[in-house]
Design a protein around this ligand. Structure first.
Ligand SMILES: [Zn+2]
Length: 81
């Protein structure tokens, strides 16, 4: 599953659909939203049941990419000292 940060848009990612590789889902990590059907259908019920926010596979993939970016930058900062 490919994950690509959207240039100039903070914490927004395009994540490749697993069922259709030609399709991209839009993930907004700050708003905690994904454009996929899974997230759209399940997020409200999940939140009501658990009190937590639903992470579809695209949000999970974007969060991992975000974490990797941050860790890489922290490492670069450390090396630059
Ligand atoms: Zn999704």
């Amino acid at each position: 599953m490919k994950v690509r940060a959207i240039l100039g848009e903070t914490c927004r990612y395009h994540v490749q659909s697993s069922s259709n590789p030609n399709r991209l889902h839009l993930v907004d990590l700050l708003e905690h939203e994904c454009s996929c059907t899974d997230w759209t259908c399940r997020q409200r019920g999940y939140r009501e049941r658990t009190g937590q926010r639903y992470h579809c596979r695209h949000i999970r993939a974007a969060r991992e990419e975000f974490l990797n970016d941050i860790l890489e930058r922290l490492k670069e900062d450390q090396l630059a000292r």
